[in-house]
Design a protein around this ligand. Structure first.
Ligand SMILES: NC(=O)c1ccc[n+]([C@@H]2O[C@H](COP(=O)([O-])OP(=O)(O)OC[C@H]3O[C@@H](n4cnc5c(N)ncnc54)[C@H](OP(=O)(O)O)[C@@H]3O)[C@@H](O)[C@H]2O)c1
Length: 332
């Protein structure tokens, strides 16, 4: 079968690799329909993980997020997965037998799959599962750490829209920060409430008032940089900034540490793969079933910018959309 594989010098190439026919125990074979190219796919291709390891995959096949139909299930996999459309985030449950998903038929652990309703298009969710689990596991962690309401930066991005969907469905008070009037109008037009424009002169005061009113003390920050310094004076007592994204992380920021002292603020890293929701098998199963029940909201769909066949991987990796829509590799 055709697959996109990584090379020793961390470039990508299209190769012919053996087609898998017998799934390993605990794994499923997925006839891939589409796979999204995410920020992480580009970043980790050229940047080793902090511990120096390079996540390997069977047959060196690359790619983490995709969607397709389960063709076969291995020993120990629940019957309900067989023949179903699924969205995949292969990183949720790594294994030595897992392939990447940028190929015609992938092998992944069944826990890395989200069963989709039959009437949804699999490719519309080819980049969604990781983001959905990110927000769900963040909500679980924030609640466990004593927070009631949340603040979400990059409100117009994929995780922002998913946060809008899940907080609305789960009744969690939420504030969404965007940096352009166009994004604010877009979110308001989708019925999303509590949208603040970070470029307005009175943004800090508006954030302070709204965060206090909604008891929004947990920040899911996908941006970093200056915005952190802008938010800190406005956060309520006990606020925590969970640094989850790096869109502007290289930009320095300034804030008075007196705010930290006075309000007992915390800044820490957030990573989906380090959450209890993902690391505890029972919690991962429960969360996945919860997502299955919530997945029909259009806000959770992957925003597809342009579709590319596997052969055009170089063009696909270079694709950038001004509206942050994804390049999607289409297999069938
Ligand atoms: N830690 C985790 O587990 C985890 C999981 C999922 C995602 N993430 C991270 O979250 C971040 C967002 O990913 P995504 O896929 O949701 O985004 P996306 O759909 O690609 O959209 C990008 C978003 O970032 C905003 N943005 C970009 N540069 C910005 C800047 N300099 N200042 C303010 N906003 C800026 C964009 O705002 P405009 O619309 O105004 O351009 C847009 O809302 C990424 O860094 C991603 O790696 C982390």
């Amino acid at each position: 079968m055709k697959a996109i594989c990584y090379t020793d010098d961390r470039s990508l190439e299209v190769r012919e690799v053996p087609t898998l026919t017998e799934p390993a125990a605990g794994h499923v074979l997925v006839d891939m329909e589409a796979a999204s190219i995410m920020h992480g796919d580009k970043f980790f291709l050229t940047h080793p993980l902090p511990n120096g390891t390079w996540a390997t995959a069977l047959h060196d096949i690359y790619g983490t997020n995709g969607a397709g139909t389960i063709a076969a299930i291995g020993e120990g996999v629940p019957e309900r997965y067989l023949g179903r459309k699924v969205a995949i985030c292969k990183a949720l449950k790594p294994s030595a037998e897992t392939t990447g998903v940028w190929c015609e038929r992938a092998q992944v652990r069944y826990e890395s799959c989200l069963i989709l309703p039959d009437d949804l298009q699999a490719r519309d969710y080819s980049g969604s599962f990781a983001h959905i689990m990110t927000i769900l596991s963040f909500l679980v962690q924030a609640k466990a750490e004593g927070h009631r309401g949340i603040i979400v930066t990059a409100g117009s991005g994929a995780t922002g829209l998913i946060a809008a969907s899940l907080t609305r469905r789960l009744g969690v008070p939420a504030i969404f920060l965007v940096r352009s009037e166009a994004s604010r109008d877009d979110l308001v037009g989708r019925g999303i409430e509590n949208v603040l424009l970070t470029t307005e002169a009175d943004f800090p005061q508006k954030l302070q008032d709204l965060a206090a009113r909604l008891d929004a003390t947990a920040v899911f920050d996908a941006v970093g940089g200056e915005l952190i310094g802008d938010m800190i004076p406005a956060l309520p007592n006990g606020g925590t900034i969970y640094v989850a994204g790096i869109m502007n992380a290289l930009a320095p920021t300034t804030f008075s540490t007196m705010h930290v002292v006075e309000k007992n603020l915390t800044i820490k890293r957030f990573s989906l793969l380090e959450t209890e929701t993902v690391l505890d098998p029972e919690k991962l199963d429960a969360a996945t079933r919860e997502v299955e029940a919530l997945v029909d909201d259009p806000l959770l769909r992957t925003k597809i910018g342009k579709e590319f066949p596997l052969d055009q991987i170089d063009e696909a990796m270079k694709y950038n959309s001004s509206s942050w829509a994804r390049a999607v590799l289409v297999v069938r």
